[in-house]
Design a binder for this molecule. Structure first.
Ligand code: PGA
Length: 248
């Protein structure tokens, strides 16, 4: 059976003081969770999170990684640098990176490759915009996004995590219904199964306005193996409720 993963995506939020409060509140209540729990934090705070979480069950991740290995790439952070700070996960291809930073499917695939080579699990984000959904293109878009990662990463593909995040549901308070999400997750699962004999172990997370109230119904779907949580990961109580919903 796949173990569930609840990953927070703090995005560009936080400060040394606020992070400390949030992390200590989460850790205090977390104990030994029945699922994997991680927070993906701004890169500058990885050292702080490493320091504060080293002896807890809380894992940590980054929100982006360079597609390059090393060298003259001003401002970039490599996968091996992330590894130095105990990073277990890295988000790649988040829709905000695709939209505001022009990340293409090929760049996302390379970033996943760099992460895997450094022993970090890439959480590969895919998802359609509202216009794409309304014009019946959801399946085509998410399959194209995932296909690039499968193509570049071949036999390592069973080491990734996938996150289905409909762009229209991110930060909007509009969540995909459990049935809508499951339909896309099943498509992604079928695509992974066709690519790898190990595909049943790949976790497919749902992201997009997941919160304490809707987490249980989403997480009870057969192909929803966890959540990528934005807004609700910034409040310890909300995040912990989602972790609890994933632990049944
Ligand atoms: P949200 O963000 O939970 O605030 O919708 C999810 C994400 O962008 O990963």
């Amino acid at each position: 059976m796949r173990s569930k993963l609840i990953a927070g995506n703090w995005k560009m939020n936080g400060s040394l003081a606020a992070n400390q409060d949030l992390l200590l509140s989460i850790e205090k209540a977390l104990g030994a969770p029945a699922c994997k729990v991680a927070v993906c934090v701004p890169a500058l705070y990885l050292a702080q999170v490493q320091h504060l979480c080293a002896s807890s069950a809380l894992l940590w991740g980054a929100q982006d990684v360079s597609a390059q290995e090393i060298g003259a790439y001003t401002g970039e952070i490599s996968a091996t640098m992330l590894r130095d700070f105990g990073v277990r996960y890295v988000l790649v291809g988040h829709s905000e990176r695709r939209q505001y930073h022009g990340e293409t499917d090929d760049v996302v695939a390379l970033k996943a490759q760099r992460a895997l080579a450094a022993g970090i699990t890439p959480i590969v984000c895919v998802g359609e915009t509202l216009a794409q959904r309304e014009s019946g293109k959801t399946a085509e878009v998410v399959k194209r996004q995932l296909a690039a990662v499968i193509h570049t990463n071949g036999h390592c593909i069973s080491e990734i995590v996938v996150a289905y995040e409909p762009v229209w549901a991110i930060g909007t308070g509009k969540t995909a219904t459990p049935e809508q999400a499951q339909e896309v997750h099943a498509l992604l699962r079928a695509q992974l199964v066709a690519a790898s004999t190990q595909a049943e172990r790949i976790a497919i997370l749902y992201g997009g306005s997941m919160n304490a109230a809707n987490a249980s119904s989403l997480l009870s779907q057969p192909d929803i193996d966890g959540g990528l949580i934005g807004g609700a990961s910034l409040k310890a109580a909300d995040f912990l409720s989602i972790v609890a919903a994933a632990s049944h």
